[in-house]
Every structure is written in structure tokens, then in C-alpha cells.
Design a protein around this ligand. Structure first.
Ligand code: GDG
Length: 504
């Protein structure tokens, strides 16, 4: 049941919750969108009055938008508006600026003597792509904000929309609005931003400070943001605060809202026939081997290659595991038109092939890679692992770690990077590693594989409880509660303040 008194919530994201396909008879069918963000948000919005505004990503999405006069339509209980965007500008925004430039800065993935190389074409992409798309999306959202006669909470999602708050602020006149971006990826410290020219980074910080509150995955990210603004914007002051910035007469909060998973939905999914079938297939592949699992998008920041190198070291130094342990890797294709991603996949395949060539025997394949997009298969695999390897170079949160902890049936051990946001909630019960340290990762694999049943159970129980206690609904609710409280606070008549007396 939606609460009529509740605010209008406008989620704004690059990728929407549904994609469309036009059938031969001209009607449209739809499919749920993919990705961590859509999965997380799709699970929680049913209870709110939500308008979701996203980019029309395909030709059929555009046709769907045209068929509905570019107005919102209700799809499975969600009001959705897809914004048609100039194609060339979209390509520059997405494939030159957002991914890879901003993504690489956030995950610190540079090979600095060579990259980033910000040349004339990057500048053109900034002006004609990133700025343009952010402005056009803000223009699509503004009329909804202005027409609403009640509180409005605008939730732009992630690094694709950094300039959106600036453009939106210039277009709206509704005082009962809170602009509250959420940033899903890690926010690096001030020095990392020196890789971006001041004429790019300053508008990003300035735009975000046009918001009222900015949500981050962890306190570390929120603190890094405050520090970044202090260092790079001469007019920004934190006045000793770790989580707010005063800038141009406004106070902007940096808050942490660790994202989580939809516990009920995930548990239901484990019961479905398809998941069960996939589970028995995967169990068959692993035979009676212990499973070291990883589930990731094919993404250099996930550190897949070092994970394999650690497994190689394990097999080299501890021959007792040969024939007894299999590394199962479910890899989801991602950004396959970006050169770095293609060559990364090639390197991963080559390393896995080399390990198999060196160690396999007639009955045992040390590494098994399954490439493809199949969420139920990932859920099936989570139930089966003995060890889950989550070793990203940097990761905002990492939902895989939480999903695994919830549904695993073998009291599996989590090996977790100290640079994943999830480490703050799960680290105490996981084996925490430095993601660059291949040797220690191999030692952690050994420790996990020989850990006593009692210790595995204690750790797994604690992680499961932690995930059960922090559902994704809470993540969403907390953001809305804070936004509504801020609007109410702003509406309260201001008490006359005493004139400050100069002190010594
Ligand atoms: C970004 C941030 C942050 C697995 N196989 C398939 C599939 N999955 C699911 C996983 C998980 C999701 O995709 C991936 O989420 P992660 O959090 O692990 O990683 P990112 O995609 O990088 O997500 C991250 C997240 O946003 C949310 O804020 O935690 O730090 O980088 O749920 O189980 N999904 C589909 N097909 C598969 O084959 N569709």
C-alpha cells in the first residue's frame, strides 16, 4: 500500500528498471533491467510513490517513449519515464567520460605514465557528451518537481549524473524538494582527483554541492568526499565536521547508507525450480571437489586475475589440494566494447587456461569459468561454495559478498578485500586480505579450506545475521526519512538568533 502522505520520490538513473522490445504487432514487451543498482532499487520501491526517470538505452526504448508522448507510464507498479537522448552525445557521456574516465578515477585503476590521456576528444566528450546528457535529463525531471504540490525527494544515482544536481537546481522553484544523490562506488581521497583537470573536477564537486545531502556506501567515502571538497574548492569549509560541507551559503551533508540486498526476494529465488536445477548442474560440475567461488562482472576493478594467481600459488605450494578443490568463476559480460575490458577478459582466460594446462588431470579441472548473464545461476552457486573470493581492488559495497553470506548452505568462508565497502559490516567474520597481495590471498584460501567446521559455522552465522539485520529496504527508508526530516526542518519557522557577541 502506498502512503498518500508520503513524498513524491523521483529516482533518476542512467539505466532504468525495464527495457522494452517492440513486437511484430507493434505492442511492447518489457524485461527487468540488469545491474546491482536496478536489482537493489527494484526490490524496495513498491511501497512508495515513485517516478523513475532513466535514459532510453535502445531504439525500442525510444519507440516506447515516443509511443507514450515521452510521458511516464505505469509498468508493474512503477511509473517510468524514459528520456530520449541525442545518440552521439550519449556515446561520449557513457563511453568516454562515465566509463572509463570517472569509473577509473573512483577505482584508482590507472597506469599513470600512460593513462588517463585527456586529449581534445576527451574535452569534446566532456562538453558535448557528459554535460549535455546531464542537462537533458535534468530538463526532463524539472517539470515533475515544479508541478508537485507536496514534498519531493529526487534521488539521482551514481557517477553518471554528477552534473545533474547543478542543472536541476537551476530549473526548479519548489521549496519542498530535497536533492539527494547516492554514489554507489568508492569515493577516493583528494589526491586521486588531481588526475582530472580542475575544469572538470570543480564543476563535479560544485554540482554535487547543489544537492542537500549526498549518500555514500561507507563513512570512509563520505569523509573522503568532505576532504576532497575542502582541498579542491577554496570556498568549501567543513568547520571540523567529518560529514558536512558549507559552501556558498548552503550546508550539504555527506551521509553513509550502506546498501544491502532484498532478503525476502533472494530467499524466494533460492526456492524456484530454475535455481534448483542450476544448483544441481553446478554441483555436478564440481563433483566432490571443494568449491572456491567468485561471481563478478568482467571488470578489472574486481581483481579477477590476481585471484587466479593466488589460486595458482595455492596449487603450487600445497599439492594436497590438487584434485580436491575447484575454482568456479561465474563471469558476467560487462562493457565489452571498452578495450580495457576486452583485454582483461582475454588475460583472465589465458591465466585460467595456463593453470588448467599445468595442473589438470583426467578427473579434475582446477578452474572452471562460466561466462554469461544468468542471475539465478549466481544464486545457485552462492548456495554451494566452501570459499567465496571477493577481492576487488576497490568496490563501493559488493553485493555478492552479502548475497553469498545469506544463502550459502555450507557455512562457507568469505575471503574479503579490505577495499570493499562490505568489509565494514562483514570483515569481522571474514578473512580480510589486501587485494594486491597475491601471497596472502593464497594463504587465506588455505586457511579457509582447512578451517574447522565449528569456526566456519560461527563465522557464517554471524555474517548471515548481519545481512538479515540490514535489508535493502532499510537502506532506502533511511535515505527518505532523512530527506523528509530535512524538508520539515526547513519549513519550521526559524527562531530569532541572538546576535553573536565577539569573544576573545
Ligand atoms: C555496483 C558497485 C555496489 C551476479 N551474476 C549475475 C548478476 N549478478 C548480480 C550479483 C549482484 C550484482 O549482480 C552485482 O553487484 P555488486 O555489488 O557485486 O557489483 P557491481 O555490479 O559492481 O555494483 C558495487 C553496487 O553497485 C550496488 O550499490 O555494491 O560496489 O560497483 O547482485 O549477484 N546479475 C545479472 N546476471 C548475472 O549473471 N543480471
Amino acid at each position: 500500500m502506498k502512503d498518500e502522505q508520503s513524498p513524491l520520490v523521483i529516482i533518476v538513473s542512467n539505466r532504468g528498471p525495464f527495457s522494452f522490445q517492440q513486437e511484430e504487432d507493434g505492442t511492447f514487451s518489457h524485461q527487468r533491467g540488469q545491474g546491482g543498482l536496478v536489482t537493489a532499487l527494484a526490490g524496495v520501491i513498491d511501497h512508495y510513490d515513485v517516478l523513475w526517470v532513466a535514459a532510453a538505452l535502445s531504439e525500442d526504448d525510444e519507440k516506447w517513449a515516443i509511443a507514450h508522448d515521452d510521458q511516464p507510464q505505469e509498468i508493474e507498479g512503477t511509473r517510468l519515464q524514459l528520456v530520449r537522448l541525442p545518440k552521439e552525445a550519449y556515446d561520449l557521456y557513457y563511453n568516454v567520460i562515465a566509463n572509463p574516465l570517472l569509473w577509473f578515477i573512483h577505482h584508482q585503476m590507472w597506469n599513470i605514465p600512460r593513462k588517463p590521456d585527456i586529449d581534445k576528444s576527451t574535452w569534446a566528450a566532456w562538453h558535448d557528451g557528459y554535460k549535455t546528457i546531464n542537462r537533458v535529463i535534468a530538463e526532463a525531471v524539472a517539470p515533475h518537481v515544479n508541478a508537485a504540490e507536496r514534498q519531493v525527494v529526487v534521488l539521482p544515482q551514481d557517477y553518471h549524473l554528477y552534473l545533474f544536481p547543478y542543472f536541476l537546481r537551476g530549473l526548479i522553484d519548489n521549496p519542498k524538494v530535497q536533492i539527494q544523490p547516492f554514489i554507489h562506488i568508492p569515493w577516493p581521497g583528494p589526491d586521486s582527483w588531481r588526475l582530472l583537470p580542475a575544469e572538470m573536477r570543480t564543476p563535479i564537486f560544485d554540482s554535487l554541492l547543489n544537492a542537500d545531502r549526498i549518500g555514500f556506501q561507507t563513512e570512509r567515502d563520505a569523509f573522503n568526499f568532505v576532504q576532497t571538497c575542502r582541498f579542491h574548492l577554496p570556498d568549501a569549509h567543513s568547520r571540523g565536521s567529518r560529514n558536512s560541507i558549507e559552501y556558498q551559503g548552503r550546508k550539504v551533508h555527506a551521509a553513509s547508507y550502506p546498501i544491502s540486498i532484498d532478503v525476502d526476494k533472494l530467499q524466494t529465488l533460492t526456492e524456484e525450480a530454475e535455481t534448483r536445477l542450476l544448483k544441481s548442474r553446478l554441483a555436478g560440475i564440481a563433483s566432490d571437489n571443494k568449491i572456491i567461488l567468485r561471481v563478478d562482472r568482467i571488470e578489472p576493478s574486481k581483481n579477477i586475475l590476481r585471484g587466479l594467481q593466488a589460486f595458482r600459488e595455492l596449487l603450487e605450494t600445497k599439492p594436497q589440494y590438487r584434485g580436491k578443490v575447484q575454482m568456479l568463476m561465474l563471469l558476467v559480460p560487462s562493457r565489452m566494447d571498452v578495450e580495457e575490458y576486452q583485454s582483461y577478459l582475454q588475460a583472465v582466460m589465458a591465466e585460467a587456461g595456463m593453470i588448467n594446462a599445468e595442473f589438470s588431470d583426467s578427473f579434475w579441472e582446477p578452474v572452471r569459468i562460466i561466462v554469461g548473464n544468468n542471475y539465478p545461476r549466481a544464486i545457485a552457486a552462492f548456495q554451494l561454495y566452501d570459499v567465496l573470493l571477493v577481492n576487488p581492488i576497490a568496490d563501493g559495497m559488493n553485493l555478492v559478498a552479502k548475497e553469498g553470506a545469506l544463502v550459502n548452505e555450507r557455512n562457507g568462508v568469505l575471503i574479503l578485500s579490505e577495499n570493499a565497502g562490505a568489509v565494514y559490516e562483514l570483515g569481522e567474520h571474514a578473512l580480510v586480505i589486501n587485494p594486491f597481495d597475491i601471497h596472502s590471498t593464497a594463504l587465506a584460501m588455505d586457511q579457509a579450506l582447512k578451517m574447522s567446521a565449528a569456526e566456519r559455522e560461527t563465522r557464517a552465522d554471524a555474517m548471515r545475521r548481519q545481512v538479515l539485520d540490514a535489508n535493502v529496504r532499510m537502506w532506502f527508508r533511511r535515505q527518505l526519512d532523512d530527506a523528509v526530516a530535512a524538508i520539515r526542518n526547513a519549513e519550521k519557522p526559524k527562531k530569532a538568533t541572538k546576535k553573536a557577541t565577539p569573544s576573545n
